[in-house]
Design a protein around this ligand. Structure first.
Ligand code: AMP
Length: 356
């Protein structure tokens, strides 16, 4: 199969900052982007050529979108699977729908990682108060209750401590089907970010050490400390096995807890990921560039480092007001996503600092 020639149209489902950075990388390679999003204001559409503003389950609008694109990808993993399956065949779609299906369900995701030989936190499904009581006995306390679907950035989660009133936590997650996870005592958190081409070739970026605050990524640091680097090989092997088993094409991110007994798989994102934003300036080829290359059948670019040390810091909520101060450090590379209003917990941008 030949590469998609420059001038072809890439469809992106999802209208947020990941789509914006994908569209910028695609434009650099001479492609046109068409964004599909259910929100009228899209920071991705602002840098793209076409915009379809329609709900994700509008099969007619999705079909027209597919007909107008040479290949489709997504930047949001909660795009409903059934309408996408209904338009399958009208345009190429990468990564595969199967990867979305697994990533949208925390139970399926953990079972899939285990089936590929990975270790996860102990977990049990919760559908009501009775199963919550049993689950906590099974996985122990402290525990984290997470909705099986639609959770991200710590949303849809409740942290359960000894002697807590379980009914309050069940109320906090809105009585939705959940997974109760045993609390992992980790030394650090990290992610494996890989890209898989249509020929099955895999490349990895350096492993970032990820620091979360309130369930949201705050910083990614390169190089990672020795304790993470010791676990890198096992974590990469699991991520590669998962990618192969899904017949995956594009960037795949797997998040891990580093423990004294090896890596514990937390979750995967079938897309470019916040912990890979440092690759824009910090790697020879960014995650966005290589994702576009993979879905368009171009040769993959070098994922090697462009600096000795790299720090990526998310700009969250009101911190976006600091943009002028951030620019006073000439080593800072500032990215603002063009979101008008800053709300607590909202990702407004990021800054990458390179140490050459
Ligand atoms: P998640 O939405 O699963 O990525 O969770 C967000 C963050 O909460 C993670 O990056 C961890 O910092 C923390 N967390 C999630 N699950 C666990 C767990 N089972 N044990 C300890 N910390 C966790």
């Amino acid at each position: 199969m030949k590469p998609l020639p420059p001038g072809s149209t890439i469809g992106i489902l999802g209208g947020g900052q990941l789509g914006r950075m994908l569209a910028v990388a695609a434009a650099q390679l001479g492609y046109r982007c068409h964004i599909y999003a259910p929100d009228k204001f899209s920071v991705a559409a602002e840098v793209a050529v076409e915009f379809t503003y329609a709900p994700y389950d509008d099969i007619e609008a999705l079909g027209r979108f597919a007909d107008a694109c040479d290949v489709i990808t997504f930047e949001f993993e909660n795009v409903p699977v059934a309408p996408l399956a209904a338009i399958a065949g009208r345009s190429a779609l990468h990564p595969p729908i199967g990867a979305l299906d697994i990533a949208q369900n925390r139970v399926a995701e953990k079972n899939f990682a285990r089936a590929q030989g990975g270790t996860t936190a102990p977990f049990a499904e919760v559908i009501d108060m009775a199963s919550l009581n049993t689950a906590i006995k099974e996985v122990g306390c402290p525990a984290i209750l997470k909705t099986i679907r639609m959770g991200y950035d710590g949303k849809g989660q409740a942290r359960i401590k000894q002697d807590d009133n379980l009914a309050d936590h069940w109320d906090a997650v809105g009585h939705q089907p959940c997974v109760a996870e045993g609390f992992v005592t980790f030394t650090q958190e990290f992610s494996v970010i890989l890209v898989r081409g249509q020929d099955g070739a895999i490349r990895y970026w350096d492993t970032p050490h990820n620091i979360h605050e309130d369930g949201i990524l705050a910083k990614s640091l390169i190089p990672a400390p020795a304790n993470i680097l010791k676990q890198e090989e096992a974590a990469r092997a699991l991520a590669a096995k998962m990618a192969q088993a899904m017949n995956y094409v594009g960037v795949l991110t797997c998040e891990f807890f580093a423990t004294n007994n090896g890596p514990i798989f937390n979750e995967m994102a079938p897309r470019v990921h916040n912990s890979g934003h440092w690759t824009i300036e910090g790697a020879v080829t960014s995650q966005f560039d290589n994702h576009i290359r993979a879905i368009c059948r171009l040769p993959l670019g070098d994922t090697g480092l462009a600096a000795k040390k790299i720090e990526m810091t998310n700009i969250i909520g009101g911190n976006a007001d600091e943009w002028q101060a951030l620019l006073l450090d000439s080593a800072n590379r500032l990215h603002l996503y063009g979101k008008g209003e800053s709300r607590p917990g909202r990702k407004m941008g990021h800054v990458t600092k390179l140490f050459l």
